[in-house]
Design a protein around this ligand. Structure first.
Ligand code: ZN
Ligand code: ZN
Length: 612
């Protein structure tokens, strides 16, 4: 009997997969978005579907994505969906993210629902009395099995509110056509009464800068747009002309000291700065984000690692390539800011040295490789954990780690090829081979995804040197990067100095309601030896209450000294001693080698200027 049952199961499975593969596209899918009551933070979505005759007897499933491209944490957008209805009858909830609707032999039906949205962010959405700013993945359900079908969008905005996105063709536009759902959600949209729009041209392409300021701009907007143009010019000089005709920077100055984000899209970017443009530091921080996000036009949005599109939105994405996708973008964001003339050499080198200090101090840097970090993205990308984790000791972000791999690889390619090749060439080769020249591997986008082995192959081909050892030791394992060789090629050296901290406690404190709470305990550190734990409240240090100047208090002691500490943990008071150690923390500086040769200096100048 058993084989027979097994046979029947196999048959059913086969039948289902054939049925799915052969399902015709829907006749039309139209998303209608309205926001009649902004104060409620509820977007109202209607999905108007026309079915081909052969599908009118089949239930239709609609799904909210669990996450959206560019941020790899799982957020379950379905949690903010309410009041799902269908014009043909009852709606059945199938699972946490899926709803099922019966067409009841009708070839036209409407599914409607509301979504609560009150986060100004690159992944979530916000509707309030000031504006609507949305990222489609958190708003629009897709029809299961029909993500590749073309979709239409109609937006009904409150009176006096204007709509803008990276696919706006004319002012006053309220309807759009998209080749598929993925492109619909790749088009974040701003709807509001008082944003501004500036425009410039580079190489015959139009660039728009939408700014919505919730705080004072201090008259800096015109200068900001000019500097954004410089960044665009420098990145276009590196990559060649972008594929689009128009591109839009959607920038918010949130003035809430909290919201901060940047998210890349095919023809636009969402940038949210926490301060006001007129405040110190906000201008530079905005340009930093602009340089990073605009680089993604090529690296990630078009040239992409395998696994980045089309996606299965029922489970988190897994790719080994985020250290290239995000890390190289971090590196080039900084390098291009130097090439655009917005930074000088020193500022760029100091910035990279700071990243080296940070990465080399992080305990996770010796435990987690760049590829493993990429695969851990769903745990470390913008995710807050309810469960206690040890990630502060075990994980390293692929952003700074990939940034340093990118810089060192660039310098090794330049040095070993005697200036004949660079990582710039490698990236252009990758873009050509995988995006421009590969046949489309799916409905989603031109070209196909690369594997990190492909990068390894192209680095070898361009430089004329075998880099397999480099990839093995520094990408797939955790060995210290060859900084000395890399900087030596351009007449620089990395100098390591003892950190200014006179002691090492292995402890991080944050003040919460004026209470000193332990936020970080480094593995095998004095803090761990003393039995201190994350979430302990430090009541006293050397018999004194702990203030913001706690580090000064500790600084009076020498390595080897024992410092009495009292902490509160739950309802217990615990007295212990922190035995300070010689700090193992170092600061790094990148400086000129006294024996730098003319060739090395020439190579450095090519690197920093981008000119050969
Ligand atoms: Zn806005
Ligand atoms: Zn990025």
């Amino acid at each position: 009997m058993k084989p027979k049952i097994l046979g029947a199961v196999v048959f059913v499975v086969l039948f289902t997969s054939i049925a799915l593969a052969q399902e015709p596209p829907l006749k039309s899918i139209t998303y209608r978005l309205s926001m009649p009551r902004p104060v409620s933070h509820l977007f109202e979505v209607s999905i108007l579907i026309e079915l081909p005759d052969e599908l009118k007897d089949k239930p239709l499933q609609l799904q909210m994505a669990k996450w959206s491209p560019g941020r790899y944490g799982v957020f379950d957008f379905a949690k903010n969906v309410q009041e799902v209805r269908a014009s043909t009858g009852p709606v059945t909830r199938v699972d946490d993210q899926t709803w099922s609707v019966e067409p009841m032999r009708s070839t036209a039906l409407t599914i409607s629902y509301k979504v609560f949205a009150n986060d100004l962010d690159g992944t979530f959405s916000q509707l309030d009395t000031r504006h609507a700013n949305y990222n489609g993945g958190s708003i629009y359900m897709y029809v299961v099995g029909h993500k590749p079908d073309p979709v239409k969008l109609e937006i009904i905005a409150p009176t006096g509110w204007k709509i803008v996105n990276g696919r706006t063709e004319h002012p006053g536009q309220t309807t759009w056509q998209f080749p598929n759902w993925d492109i619909l959600i790749d088009t974040p949209t701003e709807i509001g009464p008082d944003w501004t729009l500036d425009t410039f041209d580079v190489g015959g392409k139009k660039y728009h800068v939408m700014v919505h300021s919730f705080g004072a701009e201090g008259g800096k907007r015109a200068a900001l747009v000019k500097d954004i143009e410089k960044i665009v010019r420098a990145e276009v000089a590196l990559w060649g002309p972008p594929e689009f005709e128009e591109y839009t920077f959607l920038i918010h100055f949130a003035a809430d000291d909290r919201s901060g984000d940047g998210m890349e899209h095919l023809t636009s970017t969402q940038i949210i700065q926490p301060g006001a443009l007129g405040e110190p530091g906000v201008y530079d921080s905005t340009l930093d984000t602009v340089a990073h996000e605009f680089f993604h036009v090529w690296n990630v949005k078009r040239l992409r690692p395998l696994g980045l599109g089309p996606w299965d939105f029922t489970r988190p994405a897994n790719t080994r390539g985020l250290w290239v996708a995000e890390g190289f973008t971090n590196y080039y964001g900084h390098l291009v800011t130097r090439r655009a003339g917005l930074w000088d050499d020193k500022k760029f080198l100091d910035r990279e040295a700071t990243t080296i200090s940070r990465v080399e101090y992080a305990p996770g840097n010796r435990l987690m490789s760049a590829e493993e970090s990429s695969l851990s993205a769903p745990f470390i990308d913008g995710v807050e954990h309810v469960q206690a984790t040890n990630l502060q000791n075990t994980a390293i972000s692929y952003y700074p780690k990939g940034e340093l791999i990118g810089m060192v690889l660039d310098l090794l390619v330049r040095g070993r090829s005697k200036g004949k090749a660079s990582l710039d060439d490698v990236m252009r080769d990758m873009y050509e081979e995988f995006y421009l020249k590969s046949p489309n591997s799916s409905y989603y986008l031109r070209g196909r995804g690369y594997q990190t082995e492909d990068l390894e192959r192209i680095v070898a081909r361009r430089s004329g040197h075998d880099f397999s050892d480099f990839f093995k030791r520094h990408v797939r394992s955790v060995e210290l990067l060859p900084y000395d060789e890399a900087f030596g090629h351009v007449g620089l050296r990395l100098v390591k100095t003892q950190s200014k901290e006179p002691y090492d406690a292995g402890l991080g404190i944050e003040f919460e309601d004026r209470k000193a709470m332990i936020r970080v305990v480094i593995s095998n550190s004095p803090a761990e030896d003393a039995g201190l734990q994350v979430k302990d409240q430090i009541v006293s240090l050397v018999g004194k209450t702990v203030g913001e100047d706690w580090q000064k208090t500790l600084a009076r002691f020498k390595p080897g000294d024992s410092v009495p500490v009292t902490v509160k943990r739950d309802r217990r008071t615990i007295n212990t001693n922190l035995v300070l150690r010689q700090p193992e923390r170092f600061d790094y500086k990148i400086e000129e080698r006294p024996d730098a040769t003319a060739e090395q200096k020439a190579l450095r100048s090519e690197w920093l200027s981008g000119h050969r």
